[in-house]
Design a protein around this ligand. Structure first.
Ligand code: ATP
Ligand code: MG
Length: 248
């Protein structure tokens, strides 16, 4: 190779290296931008969910503090009425029954919006409460298996509780299952929550980001928010297993 050829070779090599460096730089910038975008999206969803929880708490306390005493007052006034006829007495008894029903329902709604047990006694007892009250209303056997000893952060507890609430609601609405198992286990590094039913399985394709913040899309958002993973394992007629693995 004479000196002219060596020169051309050198220039060619340098130009190639330069182009590769520019390409690498752009690829790096694109990856950086995407990571930035994902961080912003995660932040937005986090704020949305925090706002949603705050709003739920506000509605729960409004219902509890305004409508609750009002219903109790009406019940009291109805109780002191002395009807003249048997027909009126029957009407009043009917009113009292409806009022009692409304008071119970109001308590259920406020409890769903802001489970007091979760605030006071933590995730495991709140799930036990939810399981017990659901079993009273639906023909479903609910089992909680857990070895969780230490309390989690409030944020994790509320996310995991909402996941169990929605998983159970989905099981009742869609699965036609007879058993629903909640497995909540932890080791030194991660926490795992599995919701298992023996129903018909998820038969239709669930879009990745259907109605954000609700149902299965909400599961994904909450798992991402806790820096964890969410997977669905389901086959027709073989039930559904939802798994969340969250780093501790
Ligand atoms: N445990 C389950 N067994 C069978 N199918 C399920 C189960 N969970 C979800 N599905 C199916 O997946 C779909 C999506 O569930 P998702 O919770 O996202 O929405 P939804 O329950 O239909 O509405 P939303 O939760 O917003 O009220 C359901 O419509 C249902 O077809
Ligand atoms: Mg649902």
């Amino acid at each position: 190779m004479d000196s002219r050829q060596a020169e051309i070779y050198l220039v060619f090599t340098l130009a190639t290296l330069f182009i590769v460096a520019i390409l690498l730089y752009f690829v790096f910038r694109i990856i950086q931008k995407q990571q930035q975008l994902m961080r912003v999206q995660r932040q937005v969803v986090k704020v949305e969910m925090a706002t949603l929880e705050k709003e739920r708490a506000r509605i729960a306390s409004d219902l509890h503090d305004d409508i609750g005493p009002l219903l109790a007052a009406i019940k009291y006034r109805v109780a002191v009425v002395a009807p003249d006829t048997e027909r009126d007495q029957k009407e009043l008894d009917l009113c009292t029954d409806h009022l009692n029903e409304a008071i119970v329902r109001l308590r259920q709604v406020t409890h769903n919006l802001l489970p007091a047990t979760l605030e006071r006694r933590g995730l495991v007892e709140a799930i036990q409460d939810l399981a017990a009250s659901t079993e009273q209303l639906h023909p479903l056997k609910i089992e909680l298996i857990t070895d969780l000893r230490v309390p989690l952060s409030k944020e994790s507890e509320i996310h995991l509780y909402r996941v169990v609430q929605e998983g159970l609601a989905n099981c009742i609405q869609h699965a036609a299952a007879t058993c629903f198992q909640i497995k909540l286990t932890a080791d030194r590094r991660a926490l795992s929550l599995q919701l298992i039913d023996n129903g018909i399985g998820i038969t239709k394709k669930v879009p990745a980001d259907a109605h954000r913040g609700r149902g299965i899309a909400g599961f994904r958002n909450r798992a991402t928010m806790l820096g964890g993973q969410f997977t669905i394992d389901s086959e027709p007629e073989k039930g559904t297993v939802l798994t969340f693995v969250i780093p501790k």
